[in-house]
Design a protein around this ligand. Structure first.
Ligand SMILES: Nc1ncnc2c1ncn2[C@@H]1O[C@H](COP(=O)(O)OP(=O)(O)OP(=O)(O)O)[C@@H](O)[C@H]1O
Ligand SMILES: O=c1ccn([C@@H]2O[C@H](COP(=O)(O)O)[C@@H](O)[C@H]2O)c(=O)[nH]1
Length: 319
């Protein structure tokens, strides 16, 4: 802030001059001889009316100094709060300017039409089996699978990423990374899959985890077709996650992080499912069954939405 603060100061110096008369020794001397409101001389108006501003720059320095010190202290406090906000476990109170500058969420109309680009959101509690089912769908339906969590972990580990540390903290705490980052990562990955692999149907796994993400994505990227929701109770998910944690190497597959993730899921992510449900855009599947049983249900439900597998069967021939 040094420059704006200085330019304000320069403008204010002129504005402050009239009031600085009280610091002028000659004015002080005169006021000692006068009663309040008494004219300052035979041809002078009473003292409560304005008199010409003093030209001496010396008189404004105390005010300039106080202003500078105040601005400096204010900037220090703002900087400190920004830093604290970035590492708060329940989400930041200040966003980094760099995040605000990310373009994906600033559009007021969608980048793509739902006629050209199909997005299926995949939601469910941590460990419900979203990733497992997405893998199966990819091989049978040719969808492009994009996991928001995987994209965030990739960005976290990318050398030189300005968001790496922040993402790490949010993931460990099981809270939701500011939507600007996640939506930009998703948009980039979608563009890449369209350009390089000619994909136009996306399974977006583990997103949107918060209402603001859902609204921003549908407003600025593309409206979703529907949401595939994998439903399982916490005890089932906990057992799966602890088991996965033995080999996953994930920083959040431990009991402390899992509890926080469950809480975030109930408080922050379920409202997203409820909102889509109210729009009749949710396919809910019982995720406590075996992976194959869950998948059978998924396939049956997709068929109801007119979505069929594209799997090519290779038949062995004699030639
Ligand atoms: N239906 C199932 N029955 C038993 N185990 C399952 C089932 N589906 C997935 N799993 C196992 O549970 C663990 C979590 O599955 P998966 O990674 O697919 O869940 P997820 O919903 O994507 O989790 P997260 O949200 O944490 O990424 C994995 O170890 C997986 O092998
Ligand atoms: O939209 C999202 C998706 C994920 N996160 C963070 O990542 C972790 C892990 O996500 P998984 O889907 O389990 O891989 C999640 O707990 C969040 O901290 C996010 O912030 N926003």
């Amino acid at each position: 802030m040094p420059l704006p603060a200085r330019s304000i100061l320069l403008r204010n110096t002129a504005a402050l001059r009239p009031t600085s008369r009280s610091f002028n020794t000659s004015s002080k001397a005169l006021s000692r001889l006068r009663q309040p409101g008494e004219p300052t001389g035979p041809n002078e108006p009473p003292s409560h009316t304005s008199s010409p501003p003093s030209k001496s720059p010396l008189k404004v320095w105390p005010i300039v100094f106080i202003f500078c010190a105040g601005s400096f202290m204010f900037k220090k406090i703002v900087d400190q709060r920004k830093e604290e906000g970035q590492y708060q476990s329940r989400g930041p109170c200040f966003k980094m300017p760099a995040i605000e500058n990310l373009g994906a969420t600033t559009r007021t109309s969608p980048l793509w039409s739902p006629d050209k680009v199909t997005v299926i959101f995949v939601l469910g509690g941590p460990g419900a089996g979203k990733g497992t089912q997405c893998s199966k769908l990819v091989s049978d339906y040719g969808f492009k699978h994009l996991s928001a969590g995987d994209l965030l972990r990739e960005e976290q580990d990318r050398p030189g990423s300005e968001f790496g540390e922040m993402i790490k903290t949010y993931i460990k705490e099981g809270t939701i990374v500011p939507m600007e980052v996640t939506i930009q990562l998703l948009e980039n990955a979608m563009k890449k899959a369209m350009e390089e692999d000619n994909k136009s149907t996306f399974l977006i796994d583990g997103f949107p985890r918060k209402l603001d993400q859902a609204h921003a994505f549908e407003r600025s990227v593309v409206p979703s077709k529907f949401t595939l929701f994998f439903d399982a109770p916490e005890d089932v998910m906990l057992e799966r996650l602890l088991d996965r944690g033995k080999t996953s190497g994930r920083a959040d597959d431990n009991i402390e992080s899992i509890k926080k993730r469950f809480r975030t899921f109930v408080e922050t992510s379920m409202p997203v499912v409820d909102e889509f449900e109210s729009q009749n855009k949710v396919i809910k599947v019982n995720a406590t069954q075996t992976p194959d049983e869950v998948y059978q249900d998924v396939q049956a439900r997709l068929k109801e939405w007119g979505i069929e597998p594209i799997t090519l069967k290779f038949v062995k021939t004699d030639a």
